[in-house]
Design a protein around this ligand. Structure first.
Ligand SMILES: *Cc1c(COP(=O)(O)O)cnc(C)c1O
Length: 460
């Protein structure tokens, strides 16, 4: 084996038993789940790469924090600890906890946009797009064209297409653009990083047209690590310094803490210095989430988040984390299996279009590969393609996604090298019989965020 695996910078103190069902059982379970991986029970999954969201293993310091959590309804010590951590790392004046990322989107977006307006992002995450639409506005993706070619290895494939951004602003009129959102890392494009230079350029355009810039900040630490590796100017900076620089270009952020903050639940809204906006946010937090000083979380969750915000910055940890992705990607390179390359920060985004060229986008190649992975080795992954993208909110027509990915999201500090080898071996086996894999059709779907709930059947 020529690919080097970065050893875990921790040892294991608590274990959770997992087991693989037989192939016959797996085929039965996925059929019962109506070919929707979200309908599978956790216990029927052997290696769960559905998401890196809230699936992280907490440290002993975080678990100790769970015991220390202050459960006061108002003014809990854990709240102040969290606010201090947020101010210290991001250098924003106002930090509002919420129960997860989409709660932050719900609280914030309703204040900033409405009917007839648009939000533009390097790429919208699915819930972020949904909250723009629920607020009455429309979401426009504006990623650099390089992101569309999985085989093109460039350092910052998550970047905003700044020229196109300015064209879109002029086309619709600056007063119609309620918000620009920079997603770091760019989840939907494959966990691809955004450079500081691109953040600077994007912020300059926003400033020129007086449009606020929100950072969708779930993977703030992974993005900073990539900047340190790939952007010359920052190679000798601490991760925390890079994070402060990144956030200096935004006016506000929404964050799912279930990613780089290494907790199982939690989120944040950050406001750089707009006290009036913060006042409105407090009001909506109280209505939708809970009182300001707990934001829909238990005191213990605030405490674990305050610790996790810092643990995510540790460079030994980030080196191991990104190293896991590079290890798995390296094994796929050897086998000629394509993915969004270079590999991103939180998972390997397999190119399902390349694996199944005979399955058209409306028969969901990314979903087909996710189902094959479960049948092959009890691995749960998910579609990040046309199946996830859904229908046009105005015409109801199936949208054609830019990519057809199957995402292998890697939970933080959970799986080992041997698990990753099982994943690589499963993919190699599927590739051998790729011609015989069929597409899927939807038999039932809800109107919003359909991929979580829809029922499917194989096309015979
Ligand atoms: C996970 C995620 C969200 C939503 O956060 P939840 O905690 O799942 O509600 C928003 N944006 C991005 C980029 C994410 O990865």
């Amino acid at each position: 084996m020529s690919i080097k695996y970065v050893p875990e910078p921790f040892r294991i103190k608590m274990v959770e038993t997992i087991k693989m069902l037989s192939r016959k059982e797996r085929e039965q379970k996925i059929a019962e789940a109506k070919y929707n991986v979200f309908n599978l029970r956790g216990e029927d999954v052997y290696i769960d790469l559905l998401t890196d969201s809230g699936t992280n293993a907490m440290s002993q310091e975080q678990w100790a924090g769970i015991m220390r959590g202050d459960e006061s309804y108002a003014g809990a010590g854990s709240y102040f600890k969290l606010v201090e951590a947020g101010r210290d790392i991001f250098d924003y004046q106002y930090i509002q906890p919420v129960h997860q990322g989409r709660a932050g989107e719900k609280v914030l977006f309703g204040l900033l946009m409405g009917e007839g307006q648009y939000a533009i992002s390097n790429m919208f995450f699915d819930t972020t797009r949904a909250h723009v639409e629920l607020a009455g506005a429309r979401a426009i993706d504006c990623v650099v064209p390089e992101a569309g070619d999985p085989n093109l290895r460039v350092p910052f494939k998550g970047n905003m297409d700044v020229e196109k951004l300015e064209q879109l602003i002029l086309k619709h009129g600056p007063e119609k653009i309620a918000l620009v959102i920079m997603t770091i890392t760019n989840n939907s494009a494959g966990g691809q990083p955004v450079s500081i230079r691109n953040m600077r350029d994007t912020a300059a355009v926003c400033k020129k047209y007086e449009i606020p810039l929100n950072i969708d900040a779930a993977r703030y630490a992974e993005n900073a690590y990539f900047i340190k590796q790939r952007e010359e100017e920052f190679k000798d900076k601490y991760i925390k310094e890079i994070i402060r620089e990144m956030f200096s270009y935004g006016d506000m952020f929404t964050m799912s803490a279930k990613k780089d903050s290494i907790v199982n639940i939690g989120g944040l809204i950050g406001i750089k210095n707009d006290g009036e906006l913060y006042q409105l946010i407090k009001g909506r937090t109280i209505s939708y989430e809970g009182y300001v000083t707990y934001g829909g979380l238990a005191g213990r969750d605030l405490e674990a988040m305050a610790v996790g915000l810092y643990e995510g910055l540790d460079e030994d940890y980030l080196k191991y984390r990104i190293g896991q992705m590079e290890y798995l990607a390296g094994r796929l390179d050897e086998a000629g299996i394509t993915y969004q390359a270079p590999v991103g920060g939180h998972g390997v985004f397999l190119d399902a279009k390349a694996m199944f060229p005979h399955i058209p986008y409306y028969e969901f190649p990314g979903q087909a590969l996710a189902i094959e992975l479960y049948k092959e080795a009890g691995i749960r992954s998910c579609d990040i393609g046309s199946y996830m993208l859904g229908n046009d909110p105005d015409t109801g027509e199936q949208l054609h996604a830019e990519f057809e990915f199957t995402r292998l999201a890697i939970p933080r500090r959970v799986y080992t090298q041997a698990h990753l080898d099982i994943v690589a071996d499963a993919l190699i086996n599927i590739k051998k019989r790729a011609d015989s894999v069929k597409g899927y059709r939807i038999t039932w779907e809800p109107p919003v965020l359909r991929h979580f709930q829809a029922s499917l059947e194989p096309i015979e």
